[in-house]
Design a protein around this ligand. Sequence first.
Ligand SMILES: [Mn+2]
Length: 424
Amino acid sequence: MKIAVISDMHLGYAIDTELENDSYDNALQAINIALKQEPDLFLFPGDIFHNKIPKPEVLAKAIELFSYLKSRIKSKSKIIELKSSTRAPTSELNIPSIISIYGTHEKRNPDNINPIQLLEKANLLYNLHAESALIKVEGEKGTSNIGIHGLSGVPDQYAREHLTSWNPAPFPGVPNLLMIHQTFKDLIPAITEDILELSELPEGFDYFLLGHIHWNQELKHPKYNIPILLPGSTVLTQMNKVESKIKKGLYIIDITKESKKATFIPINTRSLIYHSFEFENKRPSELIIEISDLIESYLKNITEDQKKVLLKIKLKGKLAPGFLPTDLNLRNIIKKYSNKMIINIDKKDVVSDEVTEGAKILTELKQKQLSVDQLGLSILKEIIKPNIQETQLQKIDNLFEHLSAGNLEKAEQTLALGDNLKND
Ligand SMILES: [Mn+2]
């Protein structure tokens, strides 16, 4: 049986900017490359969408994409056994040959429908959350069974609890793949919180498929030697150094009871140049000249026929006394070269003696390109985080969500639970 794995497509990323089509173009390219291999199943380990409440324009693109995919998969899939803690056990359920988990970007509170659940309602995919499905796949080359297991995204500090209580077990006598969308300590060692480690993934599976990390990696389970595949995202979102070096792409897994092989197939994406620019004691006017020179030097090597290159400049350093990071206005440079290059300048680490903590939070959040209500909520959460528990933060999330959806009745109910806001 052949299985395609495509992760973190982030449909709707960079909406209303020059990069807005990249997520769709790359997703379609990955799907088309995969289709050429005629896989029997498509797996999506989370972050199909960039936002948990995508605009209708983004949903429309996603529906178009998944309808297209569904119409071109030749296999027929049927769940013959479902072990689920979130919905009633089922048998003999016909599903599309497209299975997902939802990721950190799609997660909403359990009372709400997230966009991947919406695609499931449209019968464009089947989503697993703490569920194990034994699936009978009728492909062109015959019929075989496979176990697909999935844990959709949960807050990292609760992932261990969720994994333990779910306690997935492989179905006997068939290949078994497990999808998960979490941060693992092994992958981001700088994280100090007590979060999941790869060694906690259970035994007996053939592959672990990890969403969430945006660059391709292949690892082995530290105890059981099981391959762990991280396809990475299909679109450049983080624009960091590692993302500038590693190709985007997808996996094709060829698996039978007797043998297994996973192949990474790269896709073509816009090129990213990452340049780290350090300075000390410079005036904004001096910096602007140096940055212009830098851009000119890269422009010399660019050929006209390729998709506009993305140049990310990471600034790091301290401004001359008397200047604030807001004095460093780079809008004109970005505009000057905008017909030749897409320039993204990160000012997060530009400091001055005068800079305040609040200004720093705001700069960081602005770079994430959040909507105004998400920005407001994030600022509030950053400020109160040290004094409040995760469950209380979740309630504030709910309150904002109800308010931004214009659902005053539900907002009022959330507020009526005010005591819980303080003591839960
Ligand atoms: Mn992601």
